[in-house]
Design a protein around this ligand. Structure first.
Ligand code: HEC
Length: 196
């Protein structure tokens, strides 16, 4: 009489235990290194982007004729798994995240007599390729100390999109300024047709 309910309880407990085990194993798997969001579309500022793949630096780059040069450096980083995909294909996979870090610079300090070296952080921007956004790409600026940022909107993002569409060598990215990637895009023939 008692055996059937006991057996049912035993089967039930075994299933619960197995489900808990699967959940625990899933949690142990290495997390993906792609973009993380706070509420669907607000990008979390990646804490470890300095451990990602370094693409290159610009120094004092300006984009308008006659604009005065600046002494700001920009350092570009991409998440490692997307970098590895780009090396294979010359294209960016979905869930790619780029960080552009801005740093002030200084000269004639310590043993340095000429040339410039980087100093304090002055800004952090990001760009993601992610199908969750209507046109597959989104742009962000992190305010100082902010843990997350909403996707840029209005005239600010229009400028980002405009320049990152018309002037970029591969998709929406400035691969022409990342010399090692430019070689890969040439070899894989993924440069945009209009890019010279
Ligand atoms: C007038 C042109 C121009 C505009 C406007 C512009 N960018 Fe860029 N962006 C560049 C160039 C050139 C580079 C690569 C050079 C470098 O190393 O700084 C770049 C690189 C980047 C990168 C690194 C990945 C990549 O695409 O190569 C990010 C992230 C980025 N920009 C974010 C932004 C955001 C966010 C905005 C809007 C607030 C913006 N950009 C507006 C010209 C522009």
């Amino acid at each position: 009489m008692m055996r059937t309910p006991l057996r049912r309880i035993a089967v039930f407990l075994t299933i619960v235990y197995a489900a808990a085990l699967v959940a625990a194993l899933r949690a142990q798997q290495p997390a993906s290194d792609g973009p993380r969001y706070a509420n669907g579309t607000n990008l979390m500022r990646p804490a470890d982007y300095r451990e990602w793949i370094y693409l290159s630096s610009g120094m004092g780059m300006t984009y308008k004729d006659g604009a005065a040069g600046s002494t700001t450096f920009s350092n570009a980083f991409v998440n490692p798994s997307s970098y590895r995909a780009f090396m294979q294909t010359g294209q960016w996979p979905d869930k790619t995240i780029f960080v552009l870090e801005f740093r002030n610079s200084d000269s004639e300090k310590f043993i340095n007599r000429s040339g410039r070296f980087q100093t304090e952080l002055s800004g952090v921007e990001a760009e993601v390729k992610d199908a969750r956004f209507p046109d597959g790409w989104a742009y962000f600026q992190f305010k100082s100390g902010a843990a997350s940022a909403a996707p840029l909107a209005g005239s600010t993002v229009t400028e980002c999109i405009d320049c990152h569409t018309k002037n970029t060598a591969v998709e929406h990215t400035f691969v022409q300024f990342y010399p090692t990637l430019l070689d890969v895009a040439r070899a894989k023939k993924t440069l945009k047709p209009g890019f010279r």
